[in-house]
Write a protein that binds this ligand. Structure first.
Ligand code: MG
Length: 443
């Protein structure tokens, strides 16, 4: 019976395992609140006559799922270029084929408006995404990418952001919740700029980061860190093992450094590209059957490396720990005045517990928040000490009673750490101790 159950769990599709994706702080989390990093492939441009469109078929998606273990696939629908959606609306049917195949396989699918000038075709984008949201917005599989790569020199605040907000609002009029991913200037590298003026008032918005490992290294990761530290979540909808021109050779060391970074910050990624064009970024050698069944000798150097990354990704980068908070009273019970925050403790995010003074210590002049790794239940003249002060990891002072704001550092070493927090309120000649909140830091 146990074996049967294990088998059933292993057989779960990525969408059965993770369900609806959403944004929590700077992370993308699954329906259990766990930080998730998905690995998969991007198809090449869908443009009619460019060659990559041959791979927009159900058998290719099925093979990439079964043999490579992709958890997400990206349909990169060309827009303004020759053979793209504006000139040939049949590109939409190619995207629909891939979306339906992804639904069938239980994987996530990115519907990508693969444009460098999306602000010039906003009405078309709104029409297209309205249709996609109407057809697919009720399904957890679907992720919208509303602007692939704004060019260098275009303004985030004045051009890309307003475009994105308009398209987001059109999607949200139909689909209230599925993940929407937004590009940023300089071919989706300026995530730091976007993070300084983020899209607000709209739920489940993430930002794409694109890199090509031979061209982009530590300085782009630094920009990504600025974005994460400013609180926006990232999704690498496109990355290459080679240079930004999709040529050159596989930069093995740089790819390794990037993958470590993506796992550390639980960032999902799709490799460019599941295609057989004669260029270094292609995963497949020219002339393969576009319907799958690719042997090892039909993979390029890039395809060989990427397949190994994807098929091992669940082991390399397991799903993160969900943050939890529970309230603990002492013996005798402390006043239940320290209340869990609106957000759970997650690394890189702000945790915001509150002390309810109206029921506790209205005339307090100062609050302390004390954090320890060790629980205690020791009566004292001030109330029950619920944490061990001798192993306190930090304490915070607040001169204004009310909501605490505890920014948790970016340190993956604290993910899964169990901490206990107790507040103390100080009046004139009096200290009162609250209940404790025991928590597990998530990430
Ligand atoms: Mg939805």
């Amino acid at each position: 019976m146990a074996l049967l159950l294990t088998g059933a769990l292993c057989a779960q599709t990525p969408v059965q395992q993770h369900g609806h994706l959403s944004v929590s702080g700077n992370r993308i989390v699954d329906s259990s609140g766990n930080s998730v990093s998905l690995a998969g492939m991007s198809l090449f441009w869908s443009n009619t006559g460019w060659g990559g469109e041959a791979f927009y078929n159900a058998a290719a998606v099925q093979w990439a799922r079964a043999d490579w273990g992709i958890e997400v696939i990206r349909a990169a629908m060309g827009v303004e270029h020759p053979g793209g959606y504006l000139q040939d609306p049949s590109n939409k049917a190619k995207v629909e084929t891939v979306v339906n195949a992804a639904i069938q396989e239980g994987i996530y699918v990115i519907i990508d408006w693969h444009s460098h000038h999306a602000e010039d075709h906003k009405v078309a984008a709104i029409t297209f995404f309205t249709d996609m949201a109407t057809q697919f917005g009720h399904l957890p599989n679907v992720i919208y990418e509303v602007y692939n790569e704004p060019l260098a020199g275009v303004s985030w605040s004045n051009t890309v952001k307003p475009y994105a907000e308009n398209v987001i609002d059109a999607i949200r009029a139909i689909d209230p919740d599925n993940l929407i991913i937004v590009g940023s200037p300089t071919w989706s590298q300026d995530v730091d700029v976007a993070s300084q003026d983020p899209i607000t008032g709209r739920a489940n918005i993430a930002y794409t980061l694109h890199f090509y490992a031979e061209t982009h290294t530590a300085s782009l990761r630094q920009k990504a860190l600025v974005a994460l530290n400013n609180g926006i979540p990232l999704f690498v909808t496109e990355w290459g093992t080679v240079n930004a021109g999709a040529t050159g050779s596989v930069a093995y060391q740089s790819v390794s450094e990037w993958m470590q970074f993506l796992c550390e910050h639980k960032i999902s990624h799709c490799n460019w590209a599941l295609n057989d064009k004669q260029e270094a970024a292609s995963a497949l050698v020219p002339g393969v059957d576009p319907n799958g069944g690719w042997s090892a000798s039909e993979l390029t150097a890039s395809g060989t490396l990427v397949k190994s990354i994807i098929e091992d990704w669940e082991t390399t980068c397991p799903t993160g720990v969900a943050p939890v908070m529970t309230v603990r009273l002492g013996s005798p019970p402390n006043p239940n005045a320290l209340l869990p925050g609106a957000t759970a403790p997650r690394i890189g995010a702000v945790w915001d517990p509150v002390v309810d003074h109206s029921a506790f210590f209205p005339s307090a002049i100062m609050d302390f928040l004390v954090v320890s790794t060790t629980q205690l239940n020791a009566p004292s003249p001030f109330g029950t000490l619920l944490i061990d002060p001798s192993v306190t990891v930090f304490s915070e002072l607040f001169t204004t009673p009310g909501t605490f704001a505890v920014p948790l550092p970016y340190d993956n070493a604290i993910v899964g750490l169990q901490l206990s927090v107790q507040a103390a309120s100080l009046g004139f000649g009096v200290i009162e101790l609250t209940n404790a909140i025991d928590l597990v830091v998530g990430g």
